[in-house]
Ligand binder design. Structure first.
Ligand SMILES: C[S@@+](CC[C@H](N)C(=O)[O-])C[C@H]1O[C@@H](n2cnc3c(N)ncnc32)[C@H](O)[C@@H]1O
Length: 447
């Protein structure tokens, strides 16, 4: 390994090389950005103002990727890490070292920058970011991986940048106390019974992942164990009862410990979801997000609303009382079945749900339901393809409410919609994911 200094002439860098750099900003996705002799370096673990020693993990001609190996001088926005496992900052909370007010400022700036720089958009009102109700212990779902250390099971997150190393967790501040207890019970059972973790390289072993999901308002907890098809001892009855898959593990790679269906309450409504269905991971902030979406939808009681990418129907159902009718479209059939049952559970008769992809399902939906006044879209991080935007435009809705978990895909999508004659009026970021660089926002486009 080579130690770089400021005097070195510019040269192609190499993997494993060490650099001493100062972080001057944050990139989309959350890594620190530094410059070293004309080279842009994206530094995992680096925050603005930090002086760090970083190891290059990927080197290209114009840029490099690196990870912090030593914090030489902390930046002025730094605060002490709160969530630490085995002496390492929690990989699930990469922005925890940034003061919360700074996290909010950076997120709002990144939304603005994406819309202006990537989308070439202007003239919209960028509203204040809605801060999180809880800065810690806000996640209702966490996925952990099994690993081994000293011959025993560990259960936690992958160490930053390491697919082969799992950081064991005792108390993760992203999870509730109950969620931590549930995870630790499963790890202790694995240790006691000497059930081996699955080793991807050797293709041996049993335990792969554990997903802990909670009904925030119902107090319900669900743990799903993902395993290889090896036999393993039945988890203790007092842990939970295995009701899906096979506790013998011989014919089921996944099993739910506890009740299969998760119940949650949101916006005064009761929801149930199957374990494969999407649900917002921050219950408290999902309510805030949906209230922004409802405000932007500007409903008067008469409108036909399309809820595209509707999941288990939460957005559409939370708007149904203020709309004429709601039509949801979603690709996962189990989620559509959940949405229909959720409408019935809450006595909502003016909401209908159809299975299908946004790419092929919008035209049939238009034929079935007629043109909507408002379309809400809430796609995954990849955003909408150009073709899906064209389908969205065929709806000729007066208003489009775009709920986005990625400003860098919102920006080109919004630009395409604006190009077709809409105006981008309002954008409001909502902090669903404190301590992480993830940014949620709601945009209103009007004709
Ligand atoms: C970010 S989630 C939003 C779900 C829901 N609106 C909510 O707030 O819980 C995106 C949803 O889009 C669905 N989805 C992904 N690709 C899709 C597609 N091509 N067409 C329709 N739905 C899709 C996913 O299954 C998921 O339920």
């Amino acid at each position: 390994m080579q130690q770089a200094t400021g005097e070195r002439p510019a040269a192609r860098r190499h993997r494993g090389e060490l650099l001493e750099v100062e972080i001057d900003s944050l990139a989309f996705g959350g890594r620190g950005v530094a410059r070293a002799e004309g080279l842009v370096v994206f530094v995992s673990g680096g925050l603005p103002g930090d002086r760090v020693r970083a190891e290059i993990t990927k080197a290209k001609r114009r840029f490099a990727e690196a990870r912090v190996v030593e914090l030489l001088r902390p930046g002025s926005e730094r605060v002490a890490d709160s969530c630490v496992h085995d002496g390492e900052p929690c990989p699930g909370a990469p922005w925890q070292g940034l003061a919360y007010e700074s996290q909010l400022t950076h997120k709002r700036e990144q939304v603005d920058e994406a819309l202006r720089r990537i989308g070439d958009l202007d003239g919209f009102e960028l509203e204040e970011i809605e801060p999180a109700v809880e800065r810690w212990r806000y996640r209702n779902k966490l996925e952990y991986s099994f690993g081994e250390r000293d011959g025993g099971a560990v259960l936690g997150f992958h160490a930053r940048g390491r697919w082969d190393l799992i950081v064991d967790i005792e108390d993760c501040l992203l999870a509730s106390e109950r969620g931590n207890v549930a995870r630790n019970e499963v790890r202790d059972w694995a240790l006691r019974e000497a059930v081996p973790a699955y080793d991807a390289r050797a293709r041996k072993g049993t335990l792969r992942n554990l997903i802990v999901r909670e009904g925030w308002r119902t107090g319900q907890i669900q743990t799903r164990l993902v395993t290889s098809p090896e036999r393993f001892p039945k988890p203790p009855v007092d842990l939970h009862t295995m009701i899906e898959g096979d506790s013998g593990g011989s014919d089921g790679p996944t099993g739910v410990l506890g009740e299969e269906r998760l119940r949650e309450e949101l916006c005064g409504l009761r929801f149930e979801m199957s374990h494969g269905a999407f649900f917002q991971t921050n219950t408290e902030m999902a309510e805030k997000l949906y209230s922004v979406a409802a405000e932007f939808a500007g409903l008067t009681g008469a409108e036909r609303v399309f809820d595209l990418y509707c999941g288990i129907g939460t957005i559409g159902l939370s708007m149904a009382k203020r709309a004429g009718e709601v039509w949801g479209l979603e690709i996962v059939p189990e989620a559509i079945a959940d949405a229909e049952a959720n409408a019935e559970r809450n006595g909502i008769a003016n909401a209908h749900f159809v299975p299908g992809s946004a790419r092929t399902g919008v035209r049939p939906l238009l034929e079935k339901a007629g043109k909507p006044d408002v379309v809400v879209v809430d796609p995954p991080r990849a955003g909408l393809s150009q073709k899906i935007v064209r389908r969205l435009l065929e709806c000729e809705a007066k208003r489009i409410v775009y709920v986005s978990c990625n400003p860098t895909t919102l920006a080109p999508n919004a630009a395409q919609i604006v190009e077709a004659g809409y105006s981008l009026r309002r954008v409001k970021p909502v902090d669903m994911f404190p301590q992480t660089p993830h940014i949620e926002s709601v945009a209103l486009l009007e004709r």
